[in-house]
Design a protein around this ligand. Structure first.
Ligand code: ADP
Ligand code: MG
Length: 412
């Protein structure tokens, strides 16, 4: 069924047409009707399947149906998300869907001045998108009230109910009215979190699409065995063979992100980094350039793994393997968004083989192997334009001064 056929407010229809959304994706098709009826929903659908619009479209419709004068500091719909990048993105979708309706949509998160946020809240907000930290600051200072809340939406629900955020989520509940609509959306979920989610909703409708294989169908993903110290040469070749491609490269730590960028710099390849040590302004600016395509290669940590919708990412590269299957699914899910296709490559060093085995055990299908012949492997190393040698080589070549001798000892 096309969106035109739905009984939506004409504004919503024209906004969807403007976005180029003609028909609902599977999750939208299944979730929109129960949400419109006011049911609680727990929805699991793979990355990139359009979950944001699946909750935004019917919620905007309901807010317009039951239009109400806003109370001071009150919020009608609250969307909880884990990162500020995702808060901005979800805000944008709500704005796009409700354009011209007069609904107020606002996002609050840390790292920005609080005063302008307080001012915005004064006149009341229809849809507030928030990360937990700043939300609590504002509630405890009395600048924000959730007592009239109509809808609570939790995006990336398994993460929000997981270790890092569960305390915040539990602290939130006493501030919410008992009678409300609650919607959980996620691409991944385990049994424990599912139980927890059910305890927070009332007779939830459960919608689960393709539960067996969490990696979206339109993503081709494969793994290559590469020595830890050689990974940069393989990344170098991938970039050089695909000079126009947009590439999102995941590494284990912030320090490694910087290190990989430096290595690429030596090879005269342009790349930027995004991780938790960068300030908010830098993060926005870098992501903006990557989204627009000015920046082609972005090296990042798992901070960018969840929810972020970047158009036309051609390759996701797991330069380091992620620690859990959830991280794997979310990382590779940054490509192949909507109806597009995507490719993901993982570099697995001998040290990482056990992580790979674990990931494969939890995915239902094995990950395709890219076999690299000895000759090809040597060729990739020989072709590098990185003239610095690795530290082991440098140590071997360095004269045995006291300092290096000591350094060597400590490393052992
Ligand atoms: P998810 O939250 O499931 O990972 P998103 O909500 O971020 O996915 O949407 C992924 C992409 O699909 C976005 O770029 C979005 O604009 C696009 N999209 C969503 N719904 C539709 C639709 N009905 N038709 C076409 N594209 C859509
Ligand atoms: Mg999402």
């Amino acid at each position: 069924m096309k969106f035109e056929k739905y009984a939506f407010h004409p504004l919503i229809k024209s906004n969807l047409a403007e976005l180029g959304f003609k028909k609902p994706t599977d999750i939208q098709y299944k979730a929109i009707t129960p949400i419109l009826k006011g049911e609680d929903v727990l929805a699991i659908a793979q990355t990139g399947t359009g979950k944001t619009a699946a909750f935004a479209i019917p919620t905007v419709q309901r807010l317009l149906d039951h239009s109400r004068k806003l109370n001071i500091n009150a919020v009608r719909c609250l969307v909880m998300v884990p990162t500020h990048e995702l808060a901005q993105q979800v805000k944008q979708t709500f704005q796009q869907v409700s354009k011209g309706s007069g609904l107020t949509i606002y996002a609050i998160y840390g790292g920005l001045e609080q005063d302008p946020q307080i001012k915005m809240l004064q006149s009341g907000i229809d849809v507030l998108i928030a990360t937990p930290g700043r939300l609590f600051d504002l509630i405890s200072q009395g600048y924000l009230s959730l007592s009239l809340l109509e809808v609570l939406i939790v995006d990336e629900a398994d993460h929000m109910l997981g270790r890092g955020f569960i305390k915040d989520m539990r602290d939130l509940l006493p501030h919410l009215p008992k009678k409300r609509q609650t919607l959980f959306f996620s691409a991944t979920i385990n049994e424990e979190i599912k139980k927890l989610a059910y305890s927070l909703v009332h007779k939830a409708i459960r919608i689960q699409l393709s539960p067996k294989n969490p990696v979206a169908k339109n993503i081709e993903h494969a793994v290559a065995y590469v020595e830890m110290d050689d990974k940069r040469y393989f990344l170098e070749q991938l970039i050089k063979n695909n000079p126009e491609a947009k590439m999102l490269v995941f590494v284990r730590t912030k320090v490694r992100a910087e290190r990989v960028q430096k290595a690429l710099q030596r090879m005269e390849l342009k790349a930027d980094t995004l991780h938790g040590d960068k300030d908010q302004k830098q993060r926005d600016e870098t992501l903006g350039r990557f989204k627009s395509g000015v920046l082609k290669v972005l090296i990042t940590t798992d901070i960018s793994a969840r929810g972020i919708d970047i158009p036309e990412v051609d390759f996701v590269v797991n330069y380091d393997l992620p620690e859990t299957v959830e991280h794997y699914v979310h990382r590779v899910g940054r490509t192949g968004r909507g109806f597009a296709k995507g490719q993901a490559y993982s570099f697995c060093s001998p040290e990482e083989k056990t992580i790979l085995e674990q990931i494969e055990k939890e995915l239902t299908e094995p990950i395709e192997r890219i076999s690299i012949s000895k000759g090809d492997y040597a060729m990739v190393k020989a072709l590098t334009e990185d003239d610095s040698k690795d530290w082991r080589q440098l140590l071997k070549e360095a004269p045995p001064t006291k300092k290096t001798a000591k350094g060597k000892k400590r490393r052992r």
